[in-house]
Design a protein around this ligand. Structure first.
Ligand code: HXC
Length: 291
């Protein structure tokens, strides 16, 4: 990210302790960088300790401050509990960003139950497990905090060819709206960002393997491009910041107007693919999993 394009003053996030799930790569790493640069203590978690250590070292060297990587598969509630225990040993969190996700394009009739679970266990269940574990501690201790979930515009109109992701993220949108009200009385607020295309390695490998598929509609966007990292980081900082303390229960799209223009989903790009193309896509995607 071009850090000079952050729109906030130095020190804005001082005193904040923020956990970003999936913070070692992709959008999570970009948001973690922005929080760190603005003075927050940042915790990132993901499945691969090596990636997390690399990200923490890189961002720490660039900006100073404290950033810690925790290997934790959020599909495992016990692993989450142990990680949050370790974080809490040095103080409570003031914010959580539910960013970790899994996704791949597939005709729904080609999915197995395991394929569905691989995505929904991360996005739908894992994000809830984190929210519940952290939320219970905050309620018990009477502390305020902010939760942010990274969704997509498919929560509003469905996601053909990415149905487990669309279902899971729509569920998180319901969590955002529900807990904004139920836990608002505890000083916990819940918002979400619905990004359009912000290409990352993980996303491109699984949604646009070989350069085709879902990434190929920048030219359909009203602004003729995809998102830039500082743009989503700025929105995340705004929503997590104390200045937005009365913003609660909102899901904000950041997609250049793509949702209004063409629905923001992959239907048009993928509807005409035949068996052979799907077979080739599947092979390319599976070759990148767990990397
Ligand atoms: C069909 C597939 C498949 C594919 C995996 N499976 N890939 N089925 N087509 N392309 C099936 C497998 O066959 C298996 O089922 C089951 O899924 C589990 O596969 P694993 O490889 O063991 O899964 P795992 O290693 O746990 O990997 C999880 C993952 C992977 C979700 C499948 O993609 C991942 O790790 N992703 C993390 C990063 C990521 O996805 N980032 C992109 C996020 S983009 P069987 O039945 O064979 O056992 C995003 C939104 C973008 O979220 C919004 C844009 C607008």
């Amino acid at each position: 990210m071009d850090i000079s394009r952050l729109m906030f003053r130095e020190g804005l996030m001082e005193g904040e302790r923020i956990l970003v799930t999936g913070g070692g790569t992709g959008l999570g790493k970009e948001m973690a960088e922005a929080f760190l640069k603005l003075g927050a203590e940042v915790h990132i978690c993901g499945r691969r300790q090596g990636k997390l250590d690399e990200a923490a070292r890189e961002l720490g060297e660039r900006h100073g401050g404290k950033i810690v990587g925790h290997a934790c598969d959020i599909r495992d509630p016990d692993a989450i509990h142990a990680m949050v225990d370790a974080i809490w040993d040095n103080g409570a969190l003031t914010g959580v960003v539910n960013n970790a996700a899994g996704n791949f394009i597939s005709r729904t009739e080609d999915l197995s139950v395991n394929g569905f679970n691989a995505i929904s266990d991360i996005v739908f269940r894992g994000s809830f497990y984190i929210t519940l574990d952290v939320g219970k501690r905050l309620i018990e201790e009477g502390r305020k905090a902010s939760f942010l979930s990274i969704l997509t515009t498919w929560i509003w109109n469905g996601g053909p060819f990415v149905v487990p992701s669309a279902m899971s993220k729509a569920g998180l949108n319901a969590m955002t709206q529900s807990l904004a009200v139920e836990w608002g009385r505890y000083g916990l607020r819940f918002n979400a960002i619905a990004p359009g295309l912000f290409p990352t390695d993980g996303m491109s490998a699984r949604l646009s393997p070989g350069g085709g598929g879902g990434n190929s509609h920048d030219d359909m966007n009203p602004m003729g491009r995809h998102g830039e990292m500082h743009e989503i980081a700025n929105l995340a900082v705004f929503l997590m910041g104390q200045g937005a303390a009365w913003v609660n229960g909102q899901t904000i799209a950041i997609d250049g107007g793509g949702f209004q223009a063409h629905g923001g989903n992959f239907y048009a790009a993928l509807k005409d693919m035949g068996d052979e193309q799907w077979e080739a896509m599947r092979a390319m995607i599976k070759g990148t999993n767990a990397k």
